[in-house]
Design a protein around this ligand. Sequence first.
Ligand code: HEM
Ligand code: HEM
Ligand code: FES
Length: 353
Amino acid sequence: MGVAYKAVQWNRQKFVYDIILLSTVVFYLFCFEGISLQFSSDLDLKGIWIRAFGSAAFILLHVILSIGPLSRLSAKFLPLLYNRRHMGVTMFILALLHARDALAWYHDFGNLEPIVSLFVSNTHYADFVRFPFEALGGVALVILFLMAATSHDFWLTNLTAPVWKALHMGVYLAYGLLVGHVVLGALETNTHPFLTLAVGVGFVWIVGIHLMTSLREAQKDGAPLFGKPAKAQVDADGFVHVGSVQDIPENRAKIAVIAGERVAIFKYDGQISAISNVCQHQNGPLGEGKVVDGCITCPWHGYQYLPDSGISPPPFTEKIPTFNVKLQGDQILVSAKPNLPGTPVVPAVIGQV
Ligand code: HEM
Ligand code: HEM
Ligand code: FES
C-alpha cells in the first residue's frame, strides 16, 4: 500500500460522486413513478415502485458492467472505476427493495414463507413462457449480496485477490440470470415488446463493448487477433528484448508482454527497473502509473512500490514480482522469468555498458 493511499477514506471527490449517484437514482425513481401514473392504467402505486426499483437496479448494472471496458478504452472513465463499489452497493440496495416489494406483493398471501413460495410456487421449469422467472432474480440477488457484502478491502485482503476477483466475476453470471429474469418476466406478466427490445439493446452493448476492449488490449499487447501469439525471442541468458531506452518517458513505463504476463518497465533517475504490471490491491495497471517520490504509484488508487524490489514502502507490506533487467547500448532486455514477489534486483544504469 502507498503512503498517499486515499481510496477507502472519504474525500471530497467521493462525496461529490456519491451525491451525483444518489440524486440521479432518486430523480429516475420519481420520473418513473410520474410517467407511469400518467400513462399506465393497469398498475397501482406498489406495482409501479416494484418496476421502478427493478429497472433502476438493472440499468445501474449495465453502467457497472460498462465501466471496466470503458476505462480501458479511455482514461477519462477512470474516476468511475475508482468508485465502482459505491455503484455496486447502490445497485444491490435497489435490487433488494425491488425483491422485497415483489415478494410482499406476489408471495405474502399464501401459507408458505415468501422466500419458500418464491422457489416452489411455480415449477414450470420446462415451459418457456411460464418459466419461474422470479427464481432467476432470486439467485442473482444472492450473488449480488455476496459481492456487496465482501466489497470492503478487508475482504479483499482476507479472501486473497484471486478468490475475491473470481467472486466478482460472478457478476456476469448474475447479469445472465437477470436477462432471463426480465425477458421471461415480461413474457409472462405483460407482453410489452419495448422491455424485451431494451434488454436486447443492453445485451448487445455489453457484449460489444467487452469484445471491442479485448480486441484493443490484444492489439496493444502486439498479439494477433486469432491464433497463438508469436513466441518472444529469448537470448541464451533467458532475456527478452523489449525496446529502447528512448521509448520510455522519464518516471514512466512501457508495458511489455513477456511469457504471457504483462511487465512494467520503468525509467527513473537514469535507471531502468521492471516489475509485474499487476497491482496487489485490485489488479490495477502499474505500467500506466508513474514514479512519485521514488515509488511506482498505481494509477487506480495510489498503492506504491519501490522499483528495485516491488515492495511497498514502510509501514506497508505488499510485494509484487520483479524482473532482472540489463542494457545492451540503449536496448533494454528483461528476464523472461519473474523473481518471487519482493525480490530486490539491481536496476540497469543508463549509459553504463
Ligand atoms: C461493493 C464493493 C465492490 C468493489 C470493491 C468492487 C471492485 C472490483 C474490482 C477491483 C474488480 C476487478 C477489477 C479488474 O480487474 O478489472 C471488480 C470486478 C468487477 N466488479 Fe466489482 N466491486 C464491488 C462490488 C461490485 C458490485 C456489487 C458489482 C455489480 C453488481 C460489481 C461489478 C463488477 C464487475 C462487472 C467486475 C468485472 C469486470 C470489470 O473488470 O469491469 N462490483 N470489482
Ligand atoms: C428475489 C428476487 C426477485 C424477485 C422476487 C423479483 C420479482 C419480479 C417480478 C414479480 C417482476 C415482474 C413485475 C411486473 O411486471 O409487475 C420483476 C420484474 C423485473 N425485475 Fe425482478 N425480482 C427479483 C430480483 C431482481 C433483481 C436482482 C433485479 C435486478 C438487479 C431485478 C430486475 C427486474 C426488472 C428490471 C424487472 C422488469 C421491470 C419492468 O417490468 O419494468 N429483479 N421482478
Ligand atoms: S491501488 Fe488499487 S488497483 Fe492499484
